[in-house]
Design a protein around this ligand. Structure first.
Ligand code: ADP
Ligand code: MG
Length: 405
């Protein structure tokens, strides 16, 4: 190829990137975008606003616990209210500091505290200080600044599950060391069971206020999508039924607005990649498959070794006989474990692993009665065999097992 030929080729590729035939502004569908309006959440916005407004009057706001399933707008609502609070505090010149921490990304007590300190203008090294020292610095900064501090711990279950509730316990106790209480904690979780697992004392202090985010229904999701689509897509590129289908799929999956927005974004991306000038219902179906593949891949490829071996045993049995029972799975699993030279876990642990895989939506285990032989569990796959195998193959050890057969 001569120089000018490749130049023209690139020119064409680059200009295609610049001029999307589908999107006006794709970022409006990205998970980080905080919309300026959050319909169907007026009640939650007002509740949280009323709680935090205490800080504007110079009082310590109550702690609050916010929960609801993923994609019900918790993060968006909290960020929206905090931003408005910050603006108001500045306007009327009341000192309020807000520390927003995503505990999925910042999943140790040290990281959470260093983010909180950072919001107060105190820099600490990445590692090296003791936790006790971090708390001392926090107390000192609060004494000095006299500001109300609102600590938002989003996806709080991530840090607590890993490290227990020391973090919360100690943060809650800080107020006792200050001349007047000034730290409020807003905890957010997607995991409803998590609430019950907390230490009762921690639970009651954190739960001074509780705000629940119910799932969206199909009609609400449709309205949310329509509003966002008008910002993100060019006029008239969406076929009739596209938004309705995204909303209906996401409504069935516990009313998850993130899922609905992801479907719409990926459908648009697929349409664009195919060079289509319109987004069709077919593109939504493809998007659904792609998202499902991505999800299975992420879950399966990060499983611990024994869970992968159990899963592979299930796939092999289903390939061979069309179904798998717990007893059979355990014996195939033990054989596989032997072949890779690791000691098998107990049958009881293997059964727990099956339940975990069930909860992750990878397979489905149903108890069936076998008359006088008692009960057993029959296991079927609830995600595509191809995606599971593809993900299992990324593990060197498991990959070799798959190739050997
Ligand atoms: P959660 O934190 O509960 O998992 P998010 O707040 O992250 O959910 O919301 C998921 C996605 O849906 C985000 O992109 C958010 O902007 C959007 N979203 C959620 N609720 C609404 C709403 N009422 N109006 C508009 N967009 C919303
Ligand atoms: Mg969230």
């Amino acid at each position: 190829m001569d120089g000018s030929g490749s130049f023209d080729l690139l020119e064409e590729v680059f200009s295609r990137v610049r001029e999307s035939s589908i999107f006006r502004d794709r970022d409006k569908l990205s998970p980080d975008y905080v919309p300026s309006r959050l319909p169907f959440r007026e009640e939650q916005i007002a509740r949280l606003g009323a709680i935090l407004a205490q800080a504007l009057k110079g009082y310590k706001p109550n702690n609050a616990f916010i929960y609801g399933l993923t994609g019900t707008g918790k993060t968006a609502v909290v960020r929206y209210v905090l931003e408005r609070l910050r603006e108001k505090a500045q306007e009327i010149q009341v000192p309020v500091t807000v520390a927003y921490v995503n505990c999925r990304q910042r999943d140790t007590e040290y990281r959470v505290l260093s983010d909180v300190l950072d919001s107060l203008g105190v820099r600490v090294p990445f590692t090296g200080l003791s936790i006790a020292e971090l708390y001392r610095r926090l107390v000192r900064a609060l004494e000095r600044g006299r500001a109300r501090l609102i600590v938002v711990l989003d996806e709080i279950d991530y840090v607590l599950r890993k490290h227990g509730d020391d973090l919360l316990y100690r943060l809650l106790r800080i107020n006792g060391e200050l001349p007047e209480p000034s730290v409020s904690i807003i905890g957010i979780t997607n995991d409803l069971n998590f609430v019950d697992s907390l230490d009762p004392r921690v639970k009651s202090s954190l739960g001074e206020e509780e705000i629940v985010f119910p799932p969206y229904n199909a009609r609400q999701l449709q309205a949310i999508l329509e509003e966002r689509a008008s910002l993100a897509f060019k006029n008239g590129v969406l076929d009739e039924g596209v938004i309705g289908l995204c909303a209906a799929i996401a409504a069935r999956e516990h009313g998850d607005a993130r899922k609905a927005l992801d479907l719409l974004r990926v459908a648009g991306e697929i349409a664009e990649r195919e060079g289509s000038s319109r987004v069709t219902v077919e593109h939504v179906n493809k998007a659904r498959n792609q998202l499902e593949r991505d999800r299975v891949f992420e879950v399966v490829s990060t499983l611990p070794l024994h869970a992968k071996l159990v899963l592979l045993a299930v796939v092999k049995l289903i390939d061979a006989k069309g179904k798998a029972t717990t007893g059979e799975i355990y014996s195939v699993y033990t054989e596989l474990a032997g072949r890779v030279g690791v000691e098998a876990v107990t049958q009881r642990r293997a059964t727990d692993i099956l339940s975990e895989l069930d909860m992750l939506g990878i397979l489905s285990a149903r108890v069936v009665s076998r008359g006088r032989y008692g009960k057993t569990k029959t296991v079927t796959l609830s995600s595509s065999r191809g995606s599971i195998i593809e993900a299992l193959k990324t593990d060197d050890i498991i990959g070799r097992l798959i190739e050997e057969d």
